[in-house]
Design a protein around this ligand. Structure first.
Ligand SMILES: C[S@@+](CC[C@H](N)C(=O)[O-])C[C@H]1O[C@@H](n2cnc3c(N)ncnc32)[C@H](O)[C@@H]1O
Length: 259
């Protein structure tokens, strides 16, 4: 895995950090992310705290805007208000019904987009992220969500861990469903690979050990495991699903547990 980016602090943030900045500095240090002074401009990728938000910046790209987790963004809120509810392909795949709340373990939460959709559909979501950077961005996104929408924020739990280890340590069938969306290597460097995913690919590489997630997920899930794949991608761990649900760009391979 590439070197971890450092948290770049202004002279003001170093000398007299605000409460939020102090929290983010401590959380970063707890996952092995060091701080660096703004005066040191040698790093290509850095984390920064700008306007109360933690963001990942690529300093090699002119005028680049940072990548952050913003559950309150227009895009997330639009999806929440205008999505198809329990008729959405992701809701059907995971088995979310308006009448009952289920617990979903998102073993590859990344920037939390899918986790947010699942929570907005009513699920309780446990996010297990192994990348220190993705974990920090998610924690910061949840912190801001909790200020604006505390009830929605309470539907999430976030841990920094390898989800294979985490799921194997759970008692069998501990959660209703497990959701998997490991990084898939994109063949073309097209505009389709969005800016943030490109940054993440540079930083994390492909999830080469993704096949290991499926047996761990099948152990932890009581009802089903859902694997999100690009339409053309091969099956995870070459294991045939019980069914597949397709959306415009993706396919959800669903593994139903036999009870
Ligand atoms: C393609 S991204 C997921 C994107 C996410 N579904 C979203 O909506 O933003 C894959 C993420 O899974 C994480 N990941 C892959 N394998 C993991 C594992 N074994 N344990 C925890 N996290 C893992 C990677 O670090 C990366 O952040």
């Amino acid at each position: 895995m590439p070197d971890l980016p450092r948290l770049r602090l202004s002279a003001q943030q170093q000398a007299a950090p605000s409460e939020v900045e102090q929290q983010l500095i401590s959380l970063s240090s707890s996952v092995g992310i060091a701080t660096v002074s703004e005066a040191d401009v040698s790093d290509a990728l850095v984390l920064e705290i700008v306007a109360d938000t933690l963001q990942l910046m690529d300093l090699t790209v002119a005028n680049s805007t940072g990548v952050s987790v913003d559950f309150l963004s227009g895009q997330s809120q639009y999806r929440r208000q205008h999505g198809g509810g329990s008729k959405e392909p992701i809701a059907k795949a995971v088995g979310i019904k308006a009448s009952q709340s289920i617990t979903v373990l998102d073993a590859t939460p990344g920037l939390g987009r899918d986790a947010f959709v699942l929570a907005a559909l009513g699920a309780h979501v446990i996010m297990i992220e192994r990348s220190p950077v993705a974990y920090l961005l998610l924690a910061d996104g949840l912190r801001r969500l909790a200020r604006q929408e505390p009830e929605l924020a309470k539907q999430f739990v976030l841990y920094h861990a390898n989800s294979c280890d985490y799921m194997h340590q759970l008692a069998p069938a501990s959660v209703d469903a497990v959701y998997l969306d490991p990084m898939f290597p994109h063949r073309k460097k097209s505009a389709l690979v969005k800016k943030e995913m490109r940054l993440f690919q540079v930083m994390l590489g492909a999830d080469e050990d993704a096949d290991l997630l499926l047996p761990a997920a099948l152990h932890a899930a009581a009802k089903r495991v859902v694997v999100k794949r690009p339409n053309s991608a091969p099956l995870l761990a070459e294991q045939k699903p019980s069914m597949a649900i397709s959306s415009k760009k993706h396919r959800f391979d669903v593994y139903i547990k036999n009870v």
